[in-house]
Design a protein. Structure first.
Length: 451
């Protein structure tokens, strides 16, 4: 039987066991993979619910306008609901967000207003003020306010919670979930704890967010708040959707650990999930000593990796933030079995150099004199000369050699080597701590990046 519209495909997402990335954790580790929703995130559930409740309460009437401050998943969910139900959508976002995000929302029919990031929330230009003002000015419009609109957590109470209970046949012992507006964790936990009050609910937060300290002390202390890179969770205030009494623990994760774990989930499980899914599983790893051997853990994976291809899934982005351990020339040399540099002297013959190339299956040989590089012989270079000099094999290397390879620092990062090695140079050299030279070729660099 077909679906009557895209909104009917929201929810009933799969529960998938993690098998490799969860090694070392006791019990059974399951992921509720909510990127299977049509808007690629769990937020489709609450977006639809917020619209339905607004309709029931008469706040949104046919032809009305949905307004929200969002750049991401909630916007996508609201836009889908608006398409099917015939509403207009205006999303207000900040100039910090990527152009792609804005274009995606426009693609599904939304109007997007971009506001400056660096203004206080009460400044009339802030995205928060603009969204509120539009909600008042535009007739038959509603500012959805996902933070304080309790239809948000209600959606998870009605769908996410029951699905998890049924998919685990009531065996779930732990719920692990990143927390932003609080809608997902609160609504899901409220349902599950009604079914079994012993279920442990662990909220995953990010360093720089206010939530963990607030949970632990009940105090709103902005000293704990600082900018962070993780996306979708953590807050600098406490939204109305929270009911902290259904949460048993708050755990903070670093930006780096969450990003690295997201990449592992994609590589090891084939689940191409978003940043917060990585943080969620990382948070669980940090808490593994609290898990009994028969635990049945459900982690919620909120959204899809495609939103993060320019970020978490981009090596350059990861390296610039210190999230990927940078490999260097030295690492490549240390990873080799044979460390001795194969070289020739200017007095050796071309035949001897070619024999070495054959023996070691290499294309480049440095020409060394008194321990210093003075030139290069390469397969390519010799091939060019064969045509003008038929007796080249008896020639001295010194008479046919090309300029020496660039010499770099032993600690030069691999990415930098990539830009130094080109068609002409083919390789680079560096001196180790003892003063001995080593070579790194294009092939070595490619190999090291593939690892
Ligand atoms: N992860 C992602 C990717 C999200 O978009 C959100 C929603 N802001 C969350 C986690 C946190 O969910 P919630 O707002 O329901 O607490």
């Amino acid at each position: 039987m077909w679906k009557k519209n895209v909104l009917e495909t929201i929810g009933n997402t799969p529960m998938i066991q993690l098998n490799k990335v969860s090694k070392g954790l006791p019990g059974t580790i399951l992921a509720k993979v909510d990127y299977f929703n049509p808007g690629n995130s769990i937020k489709d559930r609450m977006a639809l619910k917020m619209v339905e409740v607004a309709e029931q309460e008469g706040k949104l009437k046919p032809g009305g306008t949905i307004i929200e401050g969002t750049s991401g998943n909630t916007g996508m969910g609201l836009a889908l609901a608006a398409c099917v139900k015939g509403y207009k959508c205006i999303f207000v976002t900040t100039d910090k967000q990527s152009k792609e995000k804005v274009d995606i929302l426009k693609a599904v029919g939304a109007e997007v207003i971009v506001c400056p990031t660096n203004v206080m929330p009460d400044d009339p230009r802030s995205y928060y003020s603009v969204a509120k003002r539009l909600g008042k000015e535009i007739p038959n419009s509603m500012y959805m306010n996902q933070y304080d609109n309790l239809a948000n957590r209600q959606a998870h109470y009605e769908s996410t919670g029951p699905e998890i209970w049924e998919q685990t046949e009531g065996k779930i012992t732990h719920l692990v979930c990143t927390a932003g507006t609080g809608g997902t964790i609160t609504g899901t936990a409220m349902y599950l704890k009604e079914k079994n009050p012993n279920i442990q609910v662990w909220a995953i937060d990010v360093y720089g967010s206010l939530l963990t300290h607030y949970y632990q002390t009940g105090e709103v202390n902005m000293d704990y708040v600082h900018p962070y890179i993780s996306e979708g969770f953590g807050e600098d205030f406490v939204p109305e959707n929270y009911d902290m009494s259904v949460i048993d623990h708050f755990e903070q994760v670093t930006d780096k650990d969450g990003a690295v774990m997201a990449r592992r989930i994609a590589k090891e499980e084939g689940l191409f999930c978003g940043y917060s899914a990585g943080s969620c599983l990382q948070g669980l790893m940090q808490l593994k000593d609290k898990l009994p051997s028969d635990a049945v853990v459900v982690c919620i994976f909120h959204d899809h990796g495609s939103r993060y291809v320019g970020k978490v899934y981009n090596d350059q982005w990861m390296m610039e933030r210190g999230f990927l351990d940078v490999k260097t020339f030295k690492d490549i040399v240390n990873g080799r079995q044979a460390k001795r540099l194969i070289s020739v002297s200017p007095e050796d013959t071309v035949a001897e150099a070619v024999a070495l190339m054959k023996k070691y299956d290499i294309e480049h040989i440095p020409v060394m004199q008194d321990g210093q590089p003075v030139g290069t012989v390469s397969e390519n270079g010799l091939f060019q000369k064969v045509f003008s000099n038929a007796d080249i094999k008896d020639a001295k290397v010194g008479s046919v050699s090309e300029p020496s390879y660039p010499v770099v620092d032993f600690d030069t990062p691999v990415e930098r080597l990539g830009s130094l090695i080109n068609k002409e140079t083919g390789a680079v050299l560096a001196k180790d701590e003892k003063g001995d030279y080593h070579i790194v070729t294009k092939y070595d660099v490619l190999q090291s990046l593939a690892k």
